[in-house]
Write a protein that binds this ligand. Structure first.
Ligand code: ZN
Length: 319
């Protein structure tokens, strides 16, 4: 009798928890907007282009607590949102390959990733919260002057680039040495983009950049030069071009989505707070995943935001 009562109580508790969880999960809205965050230095002191290791860690905690999960940029460019149902994708990008983003340190004769560098902090956080996901894109400078040349430890460059690619991270084009693409003719623009890839392929054979982050946010005279082409025996093909500002990005399923003009949010205290608060106050604006890659779930009221040229393989579900 007692056992039966305990079972009934446990069942009731489970049902209450389950219904609470369902009620708590935000409804899917896959035409909402999302954040593509842009980091520069992870270092001291906190400045316009520098986030301290502690603040970077706090950013990850704030994102996680509010239901954001890491999204691969390349998957997003393919129209595949991979985060779980009820969560919002967030893309992390790191520009300029500065030393604080990825550093090796020697401890007891062995090399390890510095727990205070960007990659170290991210890895530690993902170990604690595996459901945060694991993704970030590094827009590297292969031929910049030190300290921005491929994270500034020449003896470990190959190890770092391979480690990133082998562990679910992505590399992106940021030109050879941060060239302002608006200042040059077509040949120089194409050479900058193609040779950046040639340099990276010396360390990671065959690696193809899928995206370009514009140095200084400046487009070349013709966008097409930046998208695809070849120079000096190397061809490049960028599916996405990222700007340096512009706010939250449209859903890849929305009419407003333009892969040649993807806006980013600079991950500094003020801008990040602004957007976290914005989405807290305007939950209906926020992309919320349905957890199914093959279906696009949207509120009926937002149907007109949907692109009309979506692949037929994707099923649209209204709610
Ligand atoms: Zn840059």
């Amino acid at each position: 009798m007692r056992v039966a009562l305990v079972l009934v109580l446990l069942l009731a508790a489970a049902l209450i928890i389950a219904s609470f969880a369902v009620a708590q999960a935000p409804a899917a809205n896959e035409v909402g907007r999302m954040m593509i965050l842009e980091y520069h230095k992870i270092d001291y002191p906190e400045e316009r282009w520098t986030r301290t290791p502690e603040n970077f860690r706090r950013d990850l905690e704030a994102l996680y607590a509010r239901g954001y999960r890491l999204q691969s940029l390349n998957a997003l460019l393919d129209g595949r949102i991979t985060v779980p149902a009820g969560t919002t994708p967030v893309v992390l990008t790191f520009d300029d390959s500065s030393p604080g983003q990825f550093r090796y340190v020697e401890r007891n004769g062995a090399l390890e990733i510095d727990p205070k560098c960007g990659v170290g902090i991210l890895e530690a956080f993902v170990r604690e919260k595996p459901d945060f996901g694991r993704a970030a894109t590094f827009f590297v400078l292969p031929a910049a002057n030190p300290p921005n040349r491929l994270f500034n430890q020449p003896e470990h460059v190959e190890r770092k680039l391979r480690w990133l690619v082998d562990n679910g991270y992505e590399l992106g084009n940021h030109t050879l040495w941060h060239a302002n693409l608006g200042k040059y003719d077509e040949t120089v623009v194409r050479t900058q983009l193609a040779e950046a890839q040639t340099w990276v392929q010396r360390y990671v054979p065959g690696y193809q950049f899928r995206s370009l982050a514009l140095p200084h946010g400046v487009y070349p005279r013709e966008v097409g030069w930046a998208m695809s082409g070849s120079a000096k025996g190397m061809s490049y093909n960028h599916t996405g071009i990222l700007m340096v500002a512009g706010g939250a990005a449209p859903s890849p399923y929305a009419k407003a989505f333009d892969p040649a003009r993807l806006p980013r949010i600079q991950a500094v205290e003020r801008d990040l707070n602004y957007w976290l608060t914005y989405f807290d106050k305007n939950p209906g604006e926020r992309f919320v995943s349905d957890g199914e890659a093959a279906t696009i779930t949207i509120p009926t009221a937002r149907r007109e935001k949907l692109r009309s040229d979506l692949p037929k393989t994707l099923k649209v579900v209204e709610r």
